[in-house]
Design a binder for this molecule. Sequence first.
Ligand SMILES: [Zn+2]
Length: 303
Amino acid sequence: MQLKDYIQKALKNHFALGAINFCNMESLQGIIEASKERLSPMIVSVSEGALCYMGEFTTYLFEAGKKIYPHIFLHLDHGKSFEVCKMAVDKGFDSVMIDGSALSFDENVAVTRRVCQYAHSKNVLVEGELGQIKGVEDSVSNNFQHYTNPLKAKEFVDKTNVDTLAIAIGTSHGAYKYSGEKTLRFDILEDIERLLPSFPLVLHGASTVEQSLTNKINIYGGNVNKANGIPKDLLVKAIKEHNIIKINTDTDIRMAMTGQVRQLLAENPSEFDPRKYLGSGREQIKQVIIDKIDNIFFSNNQI
Ligand SMILES: [Zn+2]
């Protein structure tokens, strides 16, 4: 099945496609091993920052992974311009996100429509974004939460022809998601769904930042004391009762690997074999993703 088929299946069966960011071989391996074990489709995302970091290895690593497990799809996360999206389309990505959310509505429509015209001509899907998601992720930084305006969302989808839409209803990027009440604006989500029935929607900044992950980093010399994420039950509700079919996760994977590497090196000070600590980090990533597949995405046995 192609990615567009999995999106329709996710809408129908109320599960979500995880969209997990990777930045090296070990993180991609961890994602693939978890997906393969749980028979789950999975989107593997790269930000512009990850593309810079991995360079040409990005698509070669993905192609190797796709040979091992064909139910993964390569996605560009937060493409900031037509040129970056075009480059990803030309490199064979399955889908691209054009993030024009910092632009005016009309400018966002214009660049998103242009990306759609090009990408669709090459059978590549496009995710747009309307509203602004708070927080910091790679080059994406924003101090304010601007919730998605439902009427504008309808107009945006009609004018651009995007395949999926990232909306802002209270999730945020990074490891410090809430300073107050942990909530999501389900009222806005419902309004969007009334105007755009059966349209596939996306949540960014949806790491749960479990206490066990932050504890491990803090115990072994790190300092991420105030880190917190989106409560699991809110994500489950968004998937089971609404049209959220893609859940973006980056922070949890970074934390899983960092905590595990810290612990291994702290407990084994004479260790200097990267295979030992990176391999251990990879296993931790796998376990975190298996937990998400089973308890948040419900994408197990959906291939
Ligand atoms: Zn994002």
